[in-house]
Design a protein around this ligand. Structure first.
Ligand SMILES: *Cc1c(COP(=O)(O)O)cnc(C)c1O
Length: 358
């Protein structure tokens, strides 16, 4: 791997106000870049973060061959940064490459690239609990070619961005509404792929939901508008009595790494976990019966997001709008505890990177 290190006096980390971070607006000093051409990936390069040159005919801009990943690195101590489940993110990226007809990334480039970036930019990992360094791998079709067939040139990047705690003033339960006119994804499509195009189409329904006072859309399946799929860009869990239910991966649902982690931890605790289709009517019926104890979303950004309200065709399900439920809270504490090295990492999810002068 070629590494071009920015001279210390040109690094920007000293001027960063780590107490006022806005998600996704600030990027660390270095990035990884690698090019695919003539049927092979070139050598990965780490270099100062900066602009890239593109032509208006760049394939991805027209036809959407663009995929990404998102994970976080956490400050453990001055010698250690911990990345949460990078291998699971690599597996999902590989799945996305296959679905979108894009070349796979060598595992060593992905994992070593992240490690080298952490070693170079560890000062960008915020130290406050809840804060983290967001890691964003991205692959785009880069050929100058506007024909609707797959590109034969690609660029792969890994950039990193310091982010604040999702909850700066306590948990704020989210308010959800179903959409009558729009769907996110359909099984057989690209819903299970972290593909850029999935998001472009979700902004209008999300905006409409916000205008009506809701935080996010509770997505229902595209075929019947009957089964619950996801919430915004999170997976969803229902605690019905003592059972934890989450929609099974039907090809339209994005297989979240936090989703997998929640299922594993719940099973470790001896909870009955069911991955199966769950209809919005079943959710409402369990609510009316008083069996729906908690609803929460899961994803890298928030880890666990309690749901305070579900609106569906004028029916409203109301939960505690002030507090997170006990199960969601315990899950949040367990996962963040593992991420910050404060709880036992039973499944070897953390990849610790030694940083600093040692
Ligand atoms: C990224 C994402 C998730 C959550 O995945 P995690 O790996 O848990 O962060 C869920 N749904 C959608 C649509 C996503 O893009």
């Amino acid at each position: 791997m070629m590494i071009e290190v920015l001279p210390d006096e040109h690094r920007r980390y000293r001027s960063v106000d780590f107490n006022n971070l806005k998600f996704g607006k600030l990027f660390s000093d270095h990035m990884l870049e690698m090019h695919y051409k003539d049927g092979a990936w070139g050598e990965p390069m780490i270099k100062p973060y900066g602009t890239i040159e593109i032509h208006p005919s760049m394939h991805a801009l027209h036809y959407g061959q663009a995929i990404f990943e998102g994970m976080k690195a956490y400050y453990i101590n001055e010698h250690t940064i911990s990345v949460f489940r990078p291998h699971a993110h690599f597996e999902r990226l590989t799945h996305s490459c296959r679905r979108m007809c894009m070349p796979e990334i060598p595992e060593s480039v992905f994992l070593n690239g992240i490690e080298q970036l952490m070693k170079l930019d560890y000062r960008w990992v915020p130290k406050t609990f809840g804060h983290a360094l967001y890691i964003r791998p991205l692959m785009v079709a880069s050929q100058e070619y506007i024909a609707a067939v797959e590109s034969n040139e690609y660029k792969f990047f890994i950039m990193t961005s310091p982010v604040a705690a999702y909850y700066d003033s306590g948990f704020q339960p989210v308010k959800l509404t179903t959409s009558e006119n729009f769907v996110r994804a359909v099984s057989g499509g690209t819903g299970a792929t972290k593909a850029a195009g999935n998001y472009g189409g979700s902004f209008l329904p999300a905006k409409r939901a916000k205008e009506r006072g809701f935080t996010q859309v509770l997505w229902l399946d595209a075929k019947e508008g009957k089964y619950v799929e996801e919430v915004g860009t999170m997976n969803i869990f229902f605690k019905i009595g003592d059972t934890l239910v989450t929609p099974d991966l039907d090809g339209a649902i994005l297989p979240g790494v936090i989703r997998r982690s929640v299922i594993q931890i719940a099973k470790d605790w001896g909870v009955d976990v069911q991955e199966r289709p769950i209809s919005i009517d079943e959710v409402i019926a369990e609510y009316d019966r008083g069996n729906l104890m908690e609803v929460f979303g899961s994803g890298t950004a928030a880890v666990i997001a309690p749901v305070g309200l579900i609106d569906h065709k004028k029916k409203e399900l109301r939960f505690d709008m002030e507090n997170i439920g006990p199960f969601a809270k315990k899950m949040y504490q367990e996962i963040t505890g593992i991420q910050y090295g404060k709880m036992e990492d039973r499944h070897g999810w953390n990849k610790n990177v030694s940083v600093g002068d040692s």
